[in-house]
Design a binder for this molecule. Structure first.
Ligand SMILES: [Zn+2]
Length: 113
């Protein structure tokens, strides 16, 4: 009974979308002039942080879950990006190599506002 309730809750309170997922870090290559270690929401980036940059339609604090990022656990939207518009999500990595290795792909994203 409780697992059925949980399943219903998951369906009711979250949305699933296929989005184009990319990776970035706080280096000048990824962020150009805004590579100051502070996200668009005012968050000061510290080592090991996991968060996402998304379009304005998802407000800061929205939870997004992408398989294989942050052990497939939810992270929050804390940043924006000039090219991150519409159906795109940019995931933060500690270093440029890791961001490049993540690459670019279409993945299912679970969104909870
Ligand atoms: Zn970078």
């Amino acid at each position: 009974m409780s697992s059925l309730f949980l399943l219903l809750s998951l369906c009711l309170f979250s949305e699933f979308r296929v989005m184009e997922i990319t990776g970035y870090c706080s280096c000048p290559i990824c962020c150009e002039s805004s590579a100051d270690g502070i996200t668009a929401s005012g968050h000061i980036i510290s080592p090991g942080d996991k968060f996402a940059a998304a379009d304005r339609q998802w407000k800061f604090g929205t939870l997004v879950t992408v398989r294989d990022y942050n052990d497939s656990k939810p992270v929050i939207v804390l940043d924006r990006g000039g090219s991150i518009k519409g159906n795109r999500l940019d995931l933060y990595f500690d270093n440029h190599k890791a961001a490049l290795e993540w690459g670019r792909s279409m993945k299912i994203v679970r969104i909870q506002e």
